[in-house]
Write a protein of this length. Structure first.
Lengths: 113, 113
């Protein structure tokens, strides 16, 4: 049972480059979300989705885009990477928005130089 | 302004003793509280939760206490084991929903043999 899978695990980008962080879950969960974790900080919500075709902004959405074309996948796009986006990114899913037992992926460590 | 505060960045406890991790919150609308555990290079994993209608919830060695009047919750681990060494995040929600989660900065628990 794979759970929540994030790829890649590590990535180095140059300022201005774009990339997509992939997230897939095989638990048929409705709710998916993206967080970033910075040193000495808690997890901060970037974007979330309550189902296929529905997305919304979290606490720190600027510089990121998301889409949810299928229940399983929730990619996070950085259109023009900035050093301030250097962080560890976690994708999470839960059965519904009302079930707070979220399952997290292993994270993607992104460095923007 | 931080709505969920974990004021101890780290805590060292001897194996077999009790570990007490504290969390304070400022938002009186929070009605659901959770603890997540995180090992290095892994995503957070759900540990235990408590609803605002309760003041205690127990699961094996883990007990969470909630004091609503003081806006304070604590996680007790008894007895502490080496595998408990990890970063513990306190999180809170206004809606009981995964999209409302606000995380603290985390406490690094170190269990000493």
């Amino acid at each position: 049972n794979a759970g929540v899978t994030q790829t890649p695990k590590f990535q180095v980008l140059k300022t201005g480059q774009s990339m997509t962080l992939q997230c897939a879950q095989d638990m048929n969960h409705e709710y998916m979300s993206w967080y970033r974790q910075d040193p000495g900080m808690g997890l901060r919500l970037i974007h979330y989705s309550v189902g296929a075709g529905i997305t919304d902004q979290g606490e720190v959405p600027n510089g990121y885009n998301v889409s949810r074309s299928t229940t399983e996948d929730f990619p996070l796009r950085l259109l023009s990477a900035a050093p301030s986006q250097t962080s560890v990114y976690f994708c999470a899913s839960s059965y519904s928005r009302h079930n707070t037992e979220a399952f997290f992926g292993q994270g993607t460590r992104l460095t923007v130089v | 302004d931080q709505q969920v505060k974990q004021n101890s960045p780290s805590l060292s406890v001897q194996e077999g003793r009790i570990s007490i991790l504290n969390c304070d919150y400022t938002n009186s609308m929070f009605d659901y509280f959770l603890w997540y555990k995180k090992y290095p290079a892994e995503g957070p994993t759900f540990l235990i939760s408590i609803s605002s209608i309760k003041d205690k919830n127990e699961d094996g060695r883990f007990t969470v206490f909630l004091n609503k009047s003081a806006k304070h919750l604590s996680l007790h681990i008894v007895p502490s084991q080496p595998g408990d060494s990890a970063v513990y995040f306190c999180a809170a929600s206004e809606t009981g929903g995964a999209d409302g989660l606000t995380f603290g900065k985390g406490t690094h628990l170190i269990i000493q043999p």
